[in-house]
Design a protein around this ligand. Structure first.
Ligand SMILES: Cc1cc2nc3c(=O)[nH]c(=O)nc-3n(C[C@H](O)[C@H](O)[C@H](O)COP(=O)(O)O)c2cc1C
Length: 386
């Protein structure tokens, strides 16, 4: 019996090929940002209250006015087909069953339309913008047609971060046969079988569909994914508004000034994020920025935070510090990689259980009661020192 997200991580590590697990898990450069993300959750200490009636509780919240079971969203991660066939359909269905939205990455290995067909749940689209903006425009049009509700523009990936493990593994899509990969595959037959079931190496089919039906399009899509529009600036939000009728969030904010600019340029929300420690090394943990951003913005923007969420109590801390909710990155992927649909459902169930237990132990009945009074004095200073 697996007890927590860390147990699922360990099983995922054993079952995935090295090339896939390193891609899932690794951070940029020496992994300092990644480590800080995890450590930051330990900084604020709880101050519980007792002898309060917690016999019935309500963990649900509203984000952008929409009810959801918990303040969690299954966040965007690319190349999920590396872990399980039809991975995005599996993740979206599990999110819906848990009462949570699912964010599909531009770099997904399933189509926008196929994920829509797999679930009636709330779907959001994460957008990467290539130099040829028509690709992003087509991607947005397809998602609008498929009824995706919210757009999340990711802005922390003008270039790919330095990922030493991917260099060592010669990681590139489609996967190319090398002696190292051959050994990796042979020593992970379960993973090899899963890849064979889906017809071999996962592909960036979503991007390929938006690029257009040209020869050898899948190979081109992999290249395209690296040709980000580095000239993009804050006026991009106005451009998005011409193509996206729904809500627009900016993901990858790591400074107070940029959070204020997002508000000024008319975004509906921001995700404080360092891309799970995969991009800029020596960046702060997004949690460290949260108090100052909330002080400055109040309720003008919906603020989400991510990076290292592995426990339900982490989610409680994020909401206590003012976030509307968190994005889950690796946690559901550990479940997916370990045991597929059942693993994702179980990881979400574990997080829900931990969230509810923490709420009760704090003496609270409702997610709306979460605020900074759940922390011992000095939590801001402790957080700043991580
Ligand atoms: C394997 C992997 C792939 C990712 N791909 C994307 C992506 O395609 N688009 C995006 O905006 N963020 C991507 N992210 C970042 C996540 O959305 C999220 O910000 C991060 O994973 C949160 O940290 P955590 O994994 O420690 O929870 C990816 C993260 C991982 C781990």
């Amino acid at each position: 019996m697996l007890a927590n997200v860390a147990d699922y991580r360990e099983l995922a590590r054993r079952r995935l090929s090295r090339i896939a697990f390193d891609y899932l898990e690794g951070g940029a450069e020496d992994g300092k940002t990644l480590a800080r993300n995890l450590a930051a959750w330990d900084a604020p200490l709880f101050q519980s209250r007792v002898l309060r009636d917690v016999s019935s509780i309500d963990p649900s919240v509203r984000i952008f006015g929409q009810p959801q079971a918990l303040p969690m969203i299954v966040g965007p991660t690319g190349l999920n087909g590396l872990y399980w066939p039809k991975a995005e359909e599996v993740l979206a269905r599990a999110a819906h069953a848990a009462g949570l939205p699912f964010v599909l990455s531009t770099a997904s290995t399933s189509l926008i339309e196929d994920v829509r067909a797999a679930t009636t749940g709330d779907l959001w689209l994460q957008l990467y913008v290539q130099q040829d903006r028509r690709i992003a425009e087509t991607t947005m049009r397809r998602a609008v047609d498929a009824g995706y509700s919210t757009l999340m523009l990711t802005v922390d990936t003008t270039v790919h971060g330095v990922r030493d493990h991917d260099v060592r593994n010669s990681f590139k899509l489609p996967l190319r046969p090398t002696p190292r990969l051959a050994w990796d595959v042979l020593t992970h037959p379960r993973w090899c079988w899963r890849m064979l079931r889906q017809g071999g190496s996962p592909q960036l089919v979503n991007l390929a569909r938006s690029v257009g039906e040209r020869a050898d399009i899948k190979r081109q899509a992999a290249t395209m994914s690296r040709q980000m529009d580095m000239s993009m600036d804050w006026n991009a939000i106005g451009w998005l508004r011409q193509h996206w009728p729904g809500r627009v969030m900016v993901k990858g904010i790591l400074s107070l000034e940029d959070a204020l600019l997002a508000a000024r340029y008319g975004a509906d929300g921001v995700v404080l994020s360092n891309h799970g420690g995969r991009q800029l090394e020596d960046a702060p943990s997004p949690l460290q920025l949260l108090p100052a951003v909330k002080d400055a913005l109040g309720d003008r923007l919906t603020v989400l935070v991510d990076g290292g969420v592995r426990r339900g109590s982490d989610v409680i801390k994020a909401v206590g510090l003012g976030a509307a909710g968190v994005l889950l990155g690796r946690a559901p992927l550990y479940g997916l990689s370990a045991t597929g649909p059942q693993g994702v459902a179980e990881v979400l169930r574990i997080l829900r259980n931990e969230y509810e237990i923490t709420l009760r132990l704090l003496g609270l009945r409702d997610s709306r009661q979460l605020g900074e009074e759940i922390f011992m004095p000095g939590y801001r200073e402790r957080l700043a020192r991580v």
